[in-house]
Design a protein around this ligand. Structure first.
Ligand SMILES: CC(C)(COP(=O)(O)OP(=O)(O)OC[C@H]1O[C@@H](n2cnc3c(N)ncnc32)[C@H](O)[C@@H]1OP(=O)(O)O)[C@@H](O)C(=O)NCCC(=O)NCCS
Length: 158
């Protein structure tokens, strides 16, 4: 496999990416019921906001956000974010998350997410983008039984 190139783009995720997403999911979330290609297709067909990070034609990361409530108190949820291990610590996860949050901010939405309590990398990323832990959900992830922090990022003012 070739190493990372210098130019990684962030843009739309397409139905044609679903198999690659599922392959990456199995690598990233082997312990916790990784999403299937069908789950990605369903999310895209539901109109959720999903983005891809690509190195040339290669999918190296993805992220998804769903708007779950509209005005007067809009809410969104981060569904997922993942970066291929060969492309970590290059700012790809931060770029994906920033683009998802831009979408939420345009709607003035409060954003929620869950993250494993032992996932220091993701927790650090979320804390640095304005998320605060709200509480712990025990045995949230299956089949691992791992606990999750619920985190919230307040809506950005107009
Ligand atoms: C979490 C994840 C998406 C971060 O992607 P990334 O592209 O490596 O992250 P970035 O390079 O953009 O780093 C952004 C911030 O995340 C945090 N971070 C990333 N990797 C970290 C690590 N190994 N240890 C501690 N903090 C880390 C840091 O706060 C970092 O900011 P900094 O570089 O200014 O210190 C990636 O580690 C991943 O795909 N993990 C597996 C899937 C996963 O757990 N997804 C989250 C599910 S809730």
């Amino acid at each position: 496999m070739n190493g990372p190139s210098r130019t990684i783009t962030v843009g739309p995720l397409y139905l044609a990416d679903a198999e690659d997403c599922a392959r990456l999911e199995r690598l990233l979330f082997a312990e916790d019921d990784p999403w299937s290609a069908r789950a990605f297709r369903d999310a895209l067909c539901s109109g959720h906001h999903y983005l891809a990070a690509r190195d040339g034609a290669r999918l190296v990361g993805y992220g998804g956000l769903a708007v779950v409530a509209g005005p007067p108190d809009p809410e969104a949820e981060i569904h997922t974010i993942g970066v291929h291990p060969d492309y970590r610590r290059l700012g790809v996860g931060r770029r994906l998350l920033a683009a998802l949050l831009d979408h939420a901010d345009a709607l003035r939405a409060t954003v929620f997410l869950e993250v494993r309590t032992d996932n220091e990398a993701a927790f650090g990323l979320y804390r640095s983008t304005g998320f605060e832990p709200l509480g712990v959900r025990r045995n949230y992830y299956q089949p691992s039984g791992a606990d999750a922090f619920t985190m919230r990022r307040p809506a950005r003012p107009a």
